[in-house]
Write a protein that binds this ligand. Structure first.
Ligand SMILES: Nc1ncnc2c1ncn2[C@@H]1O[C@H](COP(=O)(O)OP(=O)(O)OP(=O)(O)O)[C@@H](O)[C@H]1O
Ligand SMILES: [Mg+2]
Length: 262
């Protein structure tokens, strides 16, 4: 469904944000990417979405190189990015094609799925942060994507709204088998939402480890294996940071190794 074949991305200023990224997401799979700030997570999602293009290697969706944003691929940004001058209905309808009546039906069913079917006439300023992000989810879902790309979608929300929207996504997955690639800073979120977690290291951005989350979908936080997985993931992230620090300053590895011993 989504495939990266040895993808590298060097920006115009000569900065290499990603190097030799290979990954594959099969239909219905849910994959999380974690890594420190600046390691290239958003760049990777933007490549998958056709918002930017590889300097070398290939990005394929359904076996075809991505040359522009596709309706089969939905994108959810960190912040809702709603258009303040449009109603909720019109925000969700934005970018949809087809006859007006069909578009209206798509909007209605997308809003129903995020629990906002009575809010179509509201304007963004009348919504709470959590509601606005749900509208953004409805907009991402309205075109009935088969793959959804999420860039830290819940990070601006308080813990309760965040847990609510995570649960919401879990329900959507159960009903739709939507393939998902989610970027997050939050290791718990990665474990709750993904079947597979890719750990990235910066300078340049690379995938250095893959962790399988072999837990039932329901109540993962309560599972006895949850804490163990969390520790492994944090360890792996620390190692990623450590390796990249030693790549920039060769003495850093020795320094922190001796700090650990001391
Ligand atoms: N248009 C651009 N031109 C040049 N460099 C860029 C551009 N966009 C991003 N970068 C650089 O590429 C690197 C990766 O950026 P990216 O936004 O993908 O990181 P990220 O992992 O999403 O970070 P964060 O967790 O802070 O969102 C960063 O060092 C950034 O400065
Ligand atoms: Mg980012």
């Amino acid at each position: 469904m989504l495939q990266f074949e040895s993808v590298s991305k060097t920006y115009r200023n000569g900065f290499t944000a990603l190097e030799a990224i290979s990954l594959r997401i099969d239909p219905g799979e849910r994959v999380a990417i974690v890594g420190s700030s600046g390691c290239g997570k958003s760049t990777l999602l933007r490549l998958a979405a056709g918002l930017t293009f590889p300097s070398s290697g290939r990005v394929l969706v359904y076996g075809k190189p991505v040359i522009r944003p596709e309706p089969r691929v939905g994108f959810l940004f960190q912040e809702p990015r709603l258009m303040p001058w449009l109603s909720v209905d019109d925000n969700v309808a934005f970018g949809l094609r087809g006859p007006a009546r069909q578009r209206r039906d798509l909007v209605r069913s997308a809003l129903l799925r995020v629990g906002l079917s009575n809010c179509g006439d509201y304007y963004p300023k009348q919504l709470s942060g959590g509601m606005a992000q749900r509208v953004a989810i409805a907009r991402a879902l309205a075109s009935a994507p088969r793959l959804i790309l999420l860039d830290e979608p819940f990070s601006a929300l308080d813990a309760i709204r965040r847990a609510e929207l995570q649960d919401h996504f879990l329900q959507l997955w159960e009903s739709d088998q939507l393939s998902t690639l989610i970027v997050t800073h939050d290791v718990e979120e990665a474990i709750v939402l993904a079947d597979r977690i890719l750990v990235m290291q910066p300078h340049p951005g690379r995938i250095i480890e893959e962790l399988l989350v072999d837990l039932p979908l329901d109540d993962r936080r309560e599972s006895p294996a949850f804490e163990g997985l969390k520790k492994r993931l944090i360890h792996s992230l620390r190692q990623a940071d450590h390796r990249s620090a030693s790549a920039i300053h060769p003495s850093a590895a020795t320094l922190s190794a001796s700090a650990l011993q001391g």
